[in-house]
Each structure stands twice: as structure tokens, then as C-alpha cells.
Design a protein around this ligand. Structure first.
Ligand code: ATP
Length: 255
């Protein structure tokens, strides 16, 4: 049994909450949109955010996290910042050996909304390392078993090609097979090697969540300023397919 009923884990992508091309500049419109969505979620959720044009260390130093939490609090949301640095440990960079889940559970139980981010943490092999927000999400999803995980980003979802490409088309559903192969248009597309490292990591994270949850936790990728973002966070489906749902394809679903 999951320790607490969690509606969703929402990733505020760095590219959507900051202006990628302007050093340490927040995207105020996207913040307002995203905060409004969080207000509409009926139930408990956790936010994990990226750093975008603030970068990892600057994000901590100049307080992107602090600014986001303040904006949430000003909007009447009981958000609390939880920095992985103080309670999370890793081994060889990405294997999380301990995580401060008691604190997060306590916050959720008491009606608070935890806000986490990628962080510098102590590492048994390397001394210290950068723990990515995506790894944080995987650990949280494995423990809390939310109804869904939603990645809010600066484009409408996952496309067959980089979105700036004139032939790029949005993929409404991506299926992974039970052995981890992407079965839909991304692999059918001969130029799938064009996807950025960031997108590859997102797909890997989605697969890890689907695999760990045996497909019970769907993953969505939506534009932070879209109805699809609101619908996927609040209801667990996309608005008029204007986003991407990432799901596990099970053979028995179709026999
Ligand atoms: P993070 O906080 O981890 O950086 P993010 O949501 O900001 O998360 P990015 O890693 O910046 O995510 O990835 C989003 C970017 O990926 C988009 O701005 C988009 O231009 C780019 N991208 C490249 N190829 C694709 C594709 N095939 N489909 C969707 N986006 C793509």
C-alpha cells in the first residue's frame, strides 16, 4: 500500500519556467499558468522543478527554488521547499542510497506541498555529485505511487522530430513494450537520433517509472501553458490530445 494517496508528481521543466536564452530570467507567464494548475489539483501533489537558465548551482545560490515557493505561497498554496542536499545520498552518481521520504510524507500528511529540485548531494563513491530532478522524481514515484507523473515543458509534448523542424508532428501517445523498447512513432521515425539529450533523459525517466510501476503510473508531457497540462495534472488525460501520454503496452491488453 502506498503510504499516502498522491494525485500527481509534477515536473516544472527548466525550459518552461525560465527563459532559456536569457541568463537567470524567469518566465512569469508560465509561472502564473502552472501555479493556477496546481491550485486546481484536487488532492496532494509534489512539484520537482528544473533549473533552466539558472543552472544547477546558481539555482541553489540565487534561489530559483525560493522564488518559486514564494510565488506558490503568495497564491495561497502551502508550498514548502525540500532540498535533497540535506537528506539524500547517492552511490556512483545516480543510485540513491537514502532519501528523506519521512519529511516529505510528514509534509504531505499535514497538508503541505513539497517542492524539490535537482541538487548537489553527498555521494559514497565520488564525495559529492549532482542528483538530477528526474532521478528525484523516479524515487518519489516508486515510493508514493502517484496516480500520474506530468512533465510540464516549453513545447506541446514529444514530437517525431525536434519541434522547430517543419516536418515535426506531435505524438499523442508513446508506448513502451514490456522490455523497454519505444514502440510508437519515435522509433518509427528514421531521424529519432535528433532528439536532444534532455528529451532522451525524459523518455528514460518515463520508462523507469512505467517499468517500476508495471504501467500503473502514466507519464504525460505537456506545454506548461496549455489545457492539456491542466487536464493531465487534474484528471489524468490529455485535452484534445494536445500533449503526449507515455504508457506501457502490455501484450495481454490486445489479445
Ligand atoms: P529540464 O528541467 O530537465 O531541463 P525541460 O522540460 O526544460 O526539463 P528539456 O531537457 O529542455 O526539458 O527538453 C525540452 C526541449 O527539448 C524542448 O525545448 C524542445 O525544443 C527539445 N526537443 C528536441 N527534440 C524534441 C522532440 N522530438 N520532441 C519534443 N521536444 C524536443
Amino acid at each position: 500500500m502506498p503510504p499516502i494517496e498522491l494525485e500527481c508528481i509534477v515536473k516544472f521543466g527548466g525550459s518552461s519556467i525560465t527563459k532559456k536564452d536569457e541568463f537567470e530570467t524567469i518566465n512569469a507567464d508560465a509561472w502564473s499558468f502552472a501555479i493556477e494548475i496546481i491550485r486546481k489539483v484536487e488532492g496532494k501533489c509534489i512539484i520537482v522543478h528544473g533549473a533552466g537558465s539558472f543552472g544547477h548551482f546558481q539555482a541553489k545560490e540565487f534561489g530559483l527554488n525560493h522564488r518559486l515557493v514564494s510565488a506558490l505561497v503568495e497564491a495561497g498554496i502551502s508550498a514548502v521547499s525540500v532540498s535533497p542536499c540535506s537528506g539524500w545520498r547517492t552511490e556512483d552518481k545516480s543510485k540513491v542510497t537514502s532519501s528523506d521520504l519521512e519529511t516529505i510524507t510528514g509534509l504531505l500528511e499535514n497538508g503541505f506541498l513539497p517542492v524539490l529540485h535537482g541538487d548537489c548531494v553527498l555521494d559514497q563513491t565520488r564525495g559529492c555529485t549532482i542528483l538530477s530532478g528526474d532521478t528525484v522524481i523516479e524515487v518519489l514515484a516508486s515510493h508514493f505511487k502517484p496516480k500520474r507523473v506530468v512533465f510540464l515543458t516549453d513545447v506541446d509534448g514529444i514530437y517525431t522530430l525536434p519541434p522547430s523542424h517543419e516536418d515535426a508532428t506531435l505524438i499523442p501517445e508513446i508506448h513502451f513494450s514490456e522490455d523497454g523498447e519505444i514502440m510508437t512513432a519515435v522509433t518509427m521515425d528514421t531521424k529519432s537520433h535528433d532528439v536532444t539529450g534532455g528529451l532522451k533523459i525524459k523518455l528514460q525517466t518515463a520508462w523507469n517509472i512505467l517499468n517500476e510501476s508495471k504501467g500503473t503510473i502514466p507519464v504525460f508531457v505537456c506545454n506548461i501553458c496549455s489545457k492539456a497540462a491542466e487536464y493531465s495534472c487534474c484528471h489524468g488525460y490529455l485535452y484534445e490530445e494536445n500533449g503526449t501520454a507515455i504508457l506501457l503496452y502490455r501484450n495481454q491488453d490486445h489479445t
